[in-house]
Ligand binder design. Structure first.
Ligand SMILES: Nc1ncnc2c1ncn2[C@@H]1O[C@H](COP(=O)(O)OP(=O)(O)O)[C@@H](O)[C@H]1O
Ligand SMILES: [Mg+2]
Length: 258
């Protein structure tokens, strides 16, 4: 379980996050939705042990995130794919696991690439792959690492809308088959709704109850929704009335807040 308790993060004088509390259960898929600059990446990086809380506490299965990270229990997928350009797709997938000192599993890596639709591209370098394919490799790498927790920061942000939809369906299938806990950051309302069991809305709007909040108001959690859509979810959900209704509900809450 991921536990975030009364977390605040400042960069010098700039308060990026204030008083954020969030629990993510094992196997849960939580989406974090908010406008650009509200502190989503800061939240994700703090959960991942890449930023240190200014106040408050983050734990992963009871341990500090740095410990979980050192044990390869956390897998990251960023907006930029961060693949090694001189290594092939398969080498990129196996590299982190090797670095983490885990048993090599070349067959598992091949299977994973195949199930992400990259059969035949094992030996291609990132420069020879499309944006969507590169993100598939990055996702396969995080799963192959054997991490229980996937931290994803707008991983489909650079992709065209059609590929994004495909990748969303794909990530749900991989999540189902591999039983991961996922925290997925996005600024897209439909993406947050389609993917999440629960959608947490972060806003940088000033808190009227806090006289110290100025124009530089830090990110806070302002709303939370259980997404009421059955699983498994596939392409057919995008056109469904239930999906449209959930998206409208989240949009209304965002605009009421603003
Ligand atoms: N390393 C950093 N140093 C200073 N300021 C930062 C740093 N990272 C982020 N910020 C600032 O913190 C705020 C939140 O940023 P970020 O977490 O990246 O938001 P988001 O991911 O929602 O766009 C922004 O005002 C951003 O400029
Ligand atoms: Mg960001």
């Amino acid at each position: 379980m991921i536990s975030v308790e009364n977390l605040s993060v400042s960069y010098g004088d700039l308060r990026a996050l204030a008083d954020v509390s969030l629990d993510v259960a094992d196997g849960e898929f939580v989406t974090v939705l908010g406008p650009s600059g509200c502190g989503k990446t800061t939240l994700l990086r703090t959960i991942g042990g890449l930023e240190v809380p200014t106040t408050g506490e983050v734990t992963v299965d009871g341990d500090p995130p740095e410990v979980a990270q050192a044990d390869a229990r956390l897998g990251f997928v960023f907006q930029e794919h961060t693949l090694l350009p001189w290594k092939s797709a398969i080498e990129n997938v196996t590299f982190l696991r090797r670095m983490a000192g885990k048993d090599p599993d070349p067959e598992g890596a091949r299977d994973l690439l195949a199930t992400t639709g990259l059969d035949g591209f094992e030996d291609a370098r990132p420069g020879e792959l499309s944006g969507g394919m590169k993100q598939r490799v990055a996702i396969a790498r995080a799963i192959h690492l054997g991490a229980d927790v996937l931290l994803m920061d707008e991983p489909f942000g650079e992709l065209d809308e059609i590929t994004r939809d495909e990748m969303s369906v794909e990530i749900l299938r991989l999540w189902r088959e591999n039983r991961k806990t996922v925290v997925f950051v996005t600024h897209s309302v439909p993406e947050a709704v389609f993917l999440g069991d629960r959608c947490v809305v972060v806003s940088g709007a000033a808190d009227p109850a806090d006289p110290t909040d100025g124009d530089d108001a830090p990110g806070r959690i302002v709303a939370e929704f259980e997404v009421d859509l059955p699983r498994p979810r596939d392409e057919s959900v995008f056109g469904s009335e239930a999906f449209g209704a959930q998206v409208a509900r989240v949009r209304r809450a965002l605009h009421d807040d603003a």
